[in-house]
Design a protein around this ligand. Sequence first.
Ligand code: DGP
Length: 112
Amino acid sequence: MTIFTKIINKEVPAEIVYEDEHCLAFRDINPQAPTHVLLIPKKEIPTMNDATPADRTILGHLLLTAPKIAAQEGIAEDGYRLVLNTNASAGQTVFHIHMHIIGGRPLGWPPG
Ligand code: DGP
């Protein structure tokens, strides 16, 4: 279990911007851009390497929910980035998959 499960269970506070049966979105505690939201499944999946075909629906749901949150945040038209860091070299620090929704400023490419 990670800190994100405690956020799902409302044992740790977070600024929640969206919630439904399968997922939760809240503002990143260390924002890298004017908008930086984390979208997570309520199911505990440590990394994308652990996802299985049984997770098809929830992963599809995350991808279809992210643009709705981007629209709600007012960054859909301007543009935003969806990031799923996986393991050490990508900088994953919380082992409960989370999609970063980042926008509100021009974003550099490639990532550092
Ligand atoms: P990653 O490096 O991809 O594993 O991103 C983890 C992100 O989670 C990082 O940007 C900071 C954020 N984070 C870690 N702990 C908390 C927390 O307790 N609350 C919130 N809101 N965000 C957190």
